[in-house]
Ligand binder design. Structure first.
Ligand code: PRT
Length: 283
């Protein structure tokens, strides 16, 4: 049996549930419960606060967790980060009021900084030989300078709009973060088979999300040219059409190459281009 923690409610919840579902791990009756069974799989899901998860993971109460990397760093948890999941991306940054003179990190010497991330911030300031006074608050950090509580702040940023609305300017990025799957150190060896199986499923889902299945028709004399354009896994599948002199090409391309490839194959005479999402990619 493997025990997996996810956030009870909040920014990570929906995507964590969605990822588990795409991995074939369907939660039995999850709503409002502290823990739930996974259907037809030897696992249980625990619904916990994101900020509490590192401790549960380190203590072995749970074996695996989907959690913000920033929280593992802040709690200095002795756990293993197994894989980045590509969602809930953010950065932990220092920001100052727009009218405050700021040249570099030394501008924070002797200043008061409000934060919910004292450990990460303290490490960063120590590395830069800056002495500042940390004011620890648990929420609404961005209003601290406006109400005279601090000279600067250190908090998570994603779009930057909260900083902007509060008249703050991002000065230093001290940590980049995303949701990760992390493991209890002993579980990695003791439950290696189940952990490997879950990682295998997650990798297949993530790979599929970054790729698209594409098919199109092309005159036969262009097959070679078009094959050279496609950044394919192996070689593309070519199927003859009933109409003489034409074929259908099927392949998988990475999302980042997508528009580039489409423009090039169109120029070579590709017609009827269809692009489909992929559910899973097992390589
Ligand atoms: O209560 P619990 O302990 O479960 O959760 P939590 O307090 O950690 O809560 P939650 O749900 O707010 O955040 C969970 C995780 O989401 C964080 O630990 C990060 O890993 C990740 N994440 C990603 C973010 C953001 N983006 C984010 N923008 N967490 C918080 N924010 C806040 C930030 O604190 C600031 O107030 O959003 C505001 C800034 O957003 P922008 O878009 O205006 O820049």
């Amino acid at each position: 049996m493997i025990k997996i923690a996810i956030q009870k409610s909040g920014r990570l919840y929906d995507e964590s549930i969605d990822l588990l579902r795409k991995c074939g791990l369907k939660i039995d009756n999850g709503k409002g419960q502290l823990k739930a069974k996974i259907k037809h799989y030897d696992a249980e899901v625990f619904f916990l606060r994101n900020s509490d998860i590192p401790q549960y993971l380190e203590d072995g109460i749970v074996d695996l967790a989907i959690i913000g990397e920033n929280v593992i760093t802040e709690k200095q948890a002795n756990v293993t980060n197994l894989l980045g999941l590509g969602f809930s991306q953010c950065r932990l940054s220092i920001a100052t009021p727009k009218d405050m003179a700021y040249t570099d990190i030394k501008s924070l010497e002797g200043k008061k900084i409000a934060t919910s991330y004292p450990n990460t911030l303290r490490t960063f300031l120590d590395e830069n030989n800056v002495n500042a006074d940390l004011h620890i608050i648990s929420g609404s950090v961005e209003i601290a300078p406006n109400i005279g509580l601090a000279d600067a702040i250190c908090d998570l940023v994603s779009s930057g709009s909260t900083l902007f609305k509060n008249g703050l300017v991002e000065q230093e990025i001290i940590l980049e973060s995303e949701a990760v799957i992390a493991a209890n150190n002993s579980a990695i060896s003791e439950k290696s088979e189940l952990i490997e199986d879950i990682l295998f499923r997650i990798r297949a889902v993530l790979k599929a999300e970054n790729n698209r299945y594409i098919l199109f028709n092309i005159p036969d004399d262009k097959i070679e040219t078009v094959s050279g354009i496609l950044p394919v896994l192996k070689s593309p599948t070519v199927l003859p059409l009933i109409e003489e002199g034409w074929s259908s090409i099927h392949t998988v391309i990475n999302q980042k190459d997508f528009w580039n490839v489409i423009s090039k194959i169109k120029k070579e005479g590709a017609q009827g281009i269809l692009v489909l999402p992929i559910e899973n990619m097992i390589l």
